[in-house]
Write a protein that binds this ligand. Structure first.
Ligand SMILES: [Zn+2]
Ligand SMILES: [Zn+2]
Length: 349
């Protein structure tokens, strides 16, 4: 099959015409990828900077983990899906058999499976979905493949963070730090939930986009950001949603909270921080702050998100700024190096 292949870290991907077709087991399906979003996590992996995070990639490898497509082939044990079904699936696929899966938290499964380690991710024409009955989600006819592509990682990560981990409620002040793919999705979703959203970014373009998506205030990131948010909200945000992951947003996101506020952390650190950030420990005690992590979303929770998308209440399509060919994926990754992308670039086959 055709695939955009990572042959060497930080070097342009190469399109191969003869990448081996992925093979499926009895519990899996093969999906013909129609659209695939290009995510910040692909960029981190392409940079090769997650070794310290326990992710050392064998190369060559086919990345890509935000896919929507059509079921091409079905394993013998799969009962819920057939060839021809339109589908999406989370980037982190669950085993279906561990304690986390048993309690319904498949997104933090102890034996997580990633398509890229099974022969190809979404930068290829075909993709394997493991344990398809656990991990596959039917894509409604009224949600396009391009829109569906955003649902494999960034948009659903924001949905889980805002609705389940963040418990964002109508009327709350919610400060969203970082207006990349996850951050803009968080702005859209939190606004739809009735929150008063304040978007924070260094980029005027990203802040303009955040306003389009429902932010009631925007703040240009600076060392005064916490103070500005404390003033705007007369006492601090009820919740901060931290979407960038780096030291630049971490402390401001905490310092912008009101007493008993909560920080939802969606971003991941990079090579500079290697997973370790300072923490205002006494402030957390004195103000009874809560910090909660959020990682992806399990397939069983997709239907509520899909209903809101189908009804036009939340709009991943508003975040898609361009569709690109397999040959152009390398350029998109390069553009992400200076955080110059706005919204989602989606590979379309
Ligand atoms: Zn599991
Ligand atoms: Zn991602």
């Amino acid at each position: 099959m055709r695939a955009a292949v990572l042959e060497a870290f930080k070097q342009p991907l190469t399109v191969w015409n003869n990448w081996p077709d992925p093979e499926i087991g009895p519990d899996d399906v093969l999906v013909h990828v129609k659209a695939n979003g290009i995510c910040r996590s692909d960029w981190h992996l392409w940079q090769g900077d997650w070794d310290w995070n326990g992710i050392t990639l064998p190369v060559p490898i086919v990345l890509g983990h935000e896919s929507a497509g059509i079921v091409e082939e079905v394993g013998a044990n799969v009962t819920r899906f057939r060839k021809g079904d339109r589908v999406v699936y989370p980037f982190n696929q669950a085993c279906g058999n561990c304690a986390m899966c048993d309690e319904g938290s498949q997104h933090v499964c102890s034996n997580m499976i990633f398509s890229m380690f099974r022969g190809a991710g979404g930068f290829g024409e075909y993709n394997v979905v493991s344990k398809a009955d656990v991990n596959l989600v039917a894509l409604p006819e009224d949600v396009s493949f391009v829109e569906g592509a955003a649902l494999g990682c960034r948009f659903m990560t924001a949905f889980h963070g805002v609705t389940q981990q963040g418990r964002i409620r109508a009327g709350e002040w919610v400060a969203v730090f970082g207006c990349g793919g996850v951050g803009l999705a968080a702005v859209d979703i939190a606004s739809a939930m009735g929150a008063n959203v304040i978007a924070v970014s260094r980029s005027a373009d990203k802040l303009a986009k955040a306003r389009e998506l429902g932010a009631v205030h925007t703040v240009t990131a600076s060392e005064n950001t916490p103070q500005e948010i404390q003033e705007l909200t007369q006492g601090g945000a009820h919740a901060s949603v931290e979407c960038l992951g780096t030291a630049a947003t971490w402390m401001p996101a905490l310092l912008s909270l009101r007493t008993r506020g909560r920080l939802v952390r969606l971003g991941m650190t990079g090579e500079d921080e290697r997973g370790i950030l300072p923490i205002p420990a006494d402030l957390i005690v004195g103000r009874e702050l809560t910090i909660v992590g959020s990682y992806g979303m399990q397939a069983r929770c997709y239907p509520e998100m899909l209903r809101m998308i189908a009804a036009g209440v939340i709009k991943p399509s508003a975040l898609v700024v361009e569709t690109v060919s397999m040959e152009q994926v390398a350029d998109v990754l390069q553009a992400m190096s200076d955080y110059g992308t706005l919204g989602y670039s989606v590979l379309v086959n």
